[in-house]
Design a protein. Structure first.
Lengths: 250, 287
């Protein structure tokens, strides 16, 4: 009768044990290192960031061609824009006297300032494109169908919020491109019947783009719209889980 | 004994088949990590190579020609050239967003979800309607900018004469037809209604026809005609099919409008080729 006798732990086992089964590690992560199915599920379920996911998903949804990660990448752009945006906020003052000079300063004297500004700009464009492509993906895979009707509506709202976030950021460099793009953009809004002129005045804080517009766009861009977008994103992600994860053929 | 294992062809409700599931860690987390990594590196590379634009300081007295909105609004700016500004800038996009949001309330079938182009005919509907949206939008833009009349003139020497001059563009319907004087002053209210500073009293019919009625007719009529045709062809059967045609046509038209507004509109918003694009003010080195 063959009985397995416990082998003596190797030096690697001992190091592993010391690293991942010690008091401090377990106080942070609760589970051991995720190298067993049990720990892999636990780490997803107990980690606040990972628990956006279920612990298991259907194998077709892992295939890259099913989603092309478009929704996740849109969110990733939002996070990246938050990080680069906060860095830019350290150097930027939204006043007509300083805004343009601050941008020049960021580009010329701030360490990695130009890089941060470039990243922020290109990520913003990428986010607009990714959100639109994500909408196309959801449509062509029929993922808006019951029971996910309302999440599609939330998605349309998030699309509009993405446009608005990008649009409000467009004015902040206070150069000719920004000034006239916002003039044209707000003129479009101002052409609405009856409510248009009022909306335009409210948006600009005056009859034309000026100091009050800059502070309004800045406030909307750095706190108002991101908060709103974050709330709708929370609902969007929550509803994906509640409505049964990604859509699957019946 | 054998009867116990005979397969039963019963339509079972959607159940979770554990065998077909994978663990999120590592399978999905890995994919997400790689996607995030690729995007971070690509964007870093782009940010190293291409600088964000910064023109001269804002100056309300110096208007660049053309002045353009951010690129994702240039589709609306393009629409503005062809119809009443309130319609192009606000009413049409608002109505479209409501329609877009209402998609799942119109198409309530659960069939055809969870995979790309799952329903029958969906690929050919998508391709056909995208082609219609693409060519239709281009044709309308070329016609309304007078390029079609120009081309007919220079290719065939056909000027159309004065009697057909109103066909040159939408605006010439107002300008080139002998409208009687009363048609620009059709009262529809017997008093001046003043709502938030705007007066409503009479209707300028030629202007209404040119800037509201015809564009609205085109925006509603052409998609409807396309869906009707696809239905008669037997391609569009379900509501999902109708939405496929509508959405694909929209994406194509939206793309064309954005492209034309971005790359084909030169000074005074005249239709030009991208290589003839010039901006007069505000770009260093260009006057």
């Amino acid at each position: 009768m063959a009985v397995e006798s416990p082998t003596k732990p190797t030096i690697a086992d001992k190091i592993y044990d010391k690293l991942f089964h010690n008091y401090v590690w377990k106080s942070i992560f609760r589970t051991g290192y995720p190298n067993t199915p049990r720990n892999q599920m636990l780490v997803v379920a107990t980690n606040v960031f990972l628990h956006l996911h279920p612990t298991r998903i259907h194998r077709t949804h892992v295939k890259i061609t099913h989603t092309y990660c478009l929704g996740g990448l849109s969110f990733f752009m939002f996070l990246g824009l938050t990080v680069t945006g906060i860095l830019l906020m350290f150097y930027y003052v939204p006043s007509v006297d300083r805004a343009y000079l601050d941008i020049q300063n960021i580009q010329t004297t701030v360490q990695f300032g130009q890089l941060m500004r470039n990243m922020h700009r290109w990520m913003a464009h990428a986010m607009v494109i990714l959100v639109f492509l994500h909408m196309m993906r959801v449509f062509y895979t029929g993922a808006y169908k019951p029971p996910r009707e309302f999440n599609w509506v939330v998605g349309v709202i998030l699309l509009v919020l993405t446009f608005l976030l990008s649009f409000t950021g467009y004015l902040l460099p206070w150069d000719q491109l920004a000034f006239w793009a916002i003039t044209v953009g707000t003129n479009i809004a101002g052409s609405a019947p009856v409510l248009g002129p009022k909306t335009r005045f409210w948006l600009l804080g005056g009859f034309e783009v000026g100091p009050d517009s800059l502070i309004r766009f800045y406030t909307l861009h750095v706190i108002g719209l991101p908060l709103l977008a974050a709330i709708f994103m929370a609902v969007h992600f929550w509803r994906i889980r509640r409505d049964g994860g990604l859509a699957r053929p019946l | 004994m054998a009867t116990a294992v005979v397969a039963r062809p019963v339509a079972r409700p959607q159940t979770r088949v554990r065998d077909e599931e994978v663990l999120v860690w590592p399978d999905l987390v890995f994919v997400e990590f790689i996607a995030a990594l690729i995007f971070t590196l690509t964007l870093f590379l782009l940010a190293f190579l291409v600088n964000a634009p910064l023109l001269d300081q804002a100056n309300g007295d110096v208007t660049p020609n053309p002045s353009k909105a951010p690129w994702y609004l240039l589709n609306l700016q393009e629409l503005l050239l062809h119809m009443n500004p309130a319609m192009a800038g606000v009413i049409v996009p608002t109505i479209w967003l409501v329609i877009l949001g209402a998609f799942p309330y119109f198409d309530r079938e659960q069939e055809g979800q969870g995979a790309w182009f799952r329903t029958e005919n969906s690929v050919r509907i998508t391709i056909a309607s995208a082609l219609v949206g693409f060519t239709g939008t281009w044709a309308l833009i070329l016609w309304d900018s007078g390029k079609l009349a120009q081309a007919l003139n220079s290719w065939f020497g056909w000027s159309g004469g004065d009697r057909l001059a109103f066909l040159q563009s939408v605006a010439s319907i107002q300008g080139q037809l002998p409208w009687p004087g009363w048609s620009t002053q059709i009262p529809y209210l017997w008093f001046n209604a003043n709502i938030l500073g705007q007066t409503f009293h009479h209707l300028n019919f030629p202007l209404f026809l040119q800037s509201i009625a015809i564009p609205m007719g085109v925006l509603v009529g052409l998609p409807a005609l396309m869906i009707y045709t696809l239905w008669r062809l037997g391609w569009v059967v379900t509501r999902r099919d109708a939405l496929l045609a509508l959405f694909s046509g929209f994406v194509a038209a939206y793309g064309v409008l954005t492209l034309v507004g971005t790359a084909f509109r030169g000074q005074s918003q005249v239709l030009v080729f991208p290589w003839d694009l010039k901006v007069s003010e505000g770009i260093p080195g260009q006057q």
